[in-house]
Design a protein around this ligand. Structure first.
Ligand code: DP6
Length: 403
């Protein structure tokens, strides 16, 4: 009778959403590849979930016969070591919390679980989805097991950068000193409301798959790049302190300059890796040059670029610069077909470019090179989804057919 009742009630379920983040002081290199402990601290801006988010539902039931995982509606390997590491850590914390005593009200830790996860943006766009994915997985599991503690340490086991997606706004991942990683956590530097004028433009570029994944790439860099060693020991500690000051003071000049320099140094360590790794493309270099021409024309830092281990460019700007710079991008990379969908996300006003600006900044247009621009801003950390109709799994524990 109890089993029948449980089946009627359906599985216990929790759904969360989590954000993408973009580093302005980059993480590149691990000192412990199993625990995912970095060689340097890093700092990022969490992006708003209205534009980019992962949603994950975790369910547990005595009726499930095995752990299962679905990503964007397709079944995936739940045995993936990093998924398993997150599961193991969450269960360990849940066990610890219950102090070994058998709490009948709490969900049994021996039940198998089903997990479904999806992004509100195309995976093919190459927008860093593993950070949001693991932050969301850990948030949903924690909710399912009723955990309330700080979980960036667990998200870190999924993907290093995921620990920073456990908070909104401006987030530091401190490298920590301990070999067991208990002090390698994310901390919020300032909430998303701290700098209301800050905007982010993601320039989603056409085609191109990233050549080397970040996990493999950064390990080769650790093994071969003396520049990376120098960066971690001598450059990042000072930059991190500087970047925190720029953020506290909402100093866009300082923030933007340092973000660009740090992105460039990260890519320099990739070139210093042997054999070298190339993430920047001709198009990246065109965007970099464009940003510098634009800033030079205005005589100060109006836009700042940053690039991760892929070809998309992320541009920081203040709200009053967005319309003009978007027009500059549109003129520099005239959209091939989807002219009306070239700008997505937050609304962008229209701007006319002066002859002088256009002549100085828009040099050799490359049609179709930028697929679209996503306009977003800093946003909050993971959110609980209360509405049960939003669960990605049905009462049968299987993915709901998607609209
Ligand atoms: C260039 O977090 O994806 O985006 O820890 O191996 O999963 P793993 O790597 P990942 O690396 C991100 C590297 C980066 C810089 C950054 O986000 O700080």
């Amino acid at each position: 009778a109890a089993a029948a009742m449980a089946a009627e009630r359906g599985p216990a379920m929790a759904t969360c959403t989590a954000p993408v983040n973009i580093a302005v002081i980059k993480y590149w290199g691990k000192r412990d590849t199993d625990l995912i402990l970095p060689i340097n601290s890093s700092l990022s801006v969490t992006l708003h979930q209205d534009q980019l988010k992962t949603t994950t539902t975790a369910a547990a039931s005595r009726d499930f016969t095995e752990d299962r995982l679905w990503l964007n509606g397709k079944e995936a390997d739940v045995g993936h070591p990093r998924v398993q590491a997150c599961l193991r850590e969450v269960r360990r914390l849940a066990r610890k919390r219950r102090g070994g005593g058998e709490d009948t009200a709490a969900l049994s830790l021996s039940y198998k679980i089903h997990i479904a996860s999806e992004n509100n943006f195309p995976t093919a766009a190459g927008l860093a989805s593993s950070a949001a994915g693991y932050a969301c997985l850990v948030s949903a599991l924690a909710r399912l097991y009723g955990l309330e503690e700080e979980l960036s340490e667990v998200a870190r086991r999924g993907s290093g950068s995921a620990c920073r997606s456990m908070f909104g706004g401006f987030v530091q991942w401190q490298r920590g000193e301990r070999p067991d990683g208990t002090d390698s956590l994310a901390l919020q530097v300032a909430p998303e409301t701290h700098w209301p004028e800050l905007r982010v433009l993601v320039l989603v570029v056409s085609g191109e798959k990233k050549p080397v994944g970040s996990t493999v790439g950064m390990q080769t860099s650790v093994e071969t790049s003396p520049l990376l060693k120098h960066r971690a020991e001598a450059v990042v500690p000072e930059r991190l302190a500087q970047m925190m000051r720029h953020i506290q003071e909402r100093d866009f000049e300082g923030f933007g300059q340092l973000a660009m320099r740090d992105s460039n140094q990260f890519h320099a360590t990739c070139l210093d890796t042997f054999p070298p790794i190339f993430y920047l493309t001709d198009l990246s270099r065109q965007i970099i040059a464009l940003a510098h021409r634009y800033n030079a024309h205005h005589g100060h830092t109006k836009v700042a670029y940053t690039f991760d281990a892929g070809p998309n460019a992320v541009i920081f700007a203040l709200a009053d610069t967005v319309a003009e710079f978007v027009e500059v991008v549109r003129r520099s990379f005239p959209p091939a077909t989807n002219g009306d969908q070239f700008v997505r996300g937050l609304p962008v006003g229209s701007a006319a470019l002066s002859q002088e600006l256009a002549a100085a900044v828009v040099t050799e247009p490359v049609p179709g090179a930028v697929q679209y621009i996503l306009h977003t801003k800093p946003g909050p950390g993971p959110q609980l989804v209360d509405d049960p109709s939003q669960h990605l799994l049905g009462a049968d524990g299987l993915p709901r057919s998607r609209a």
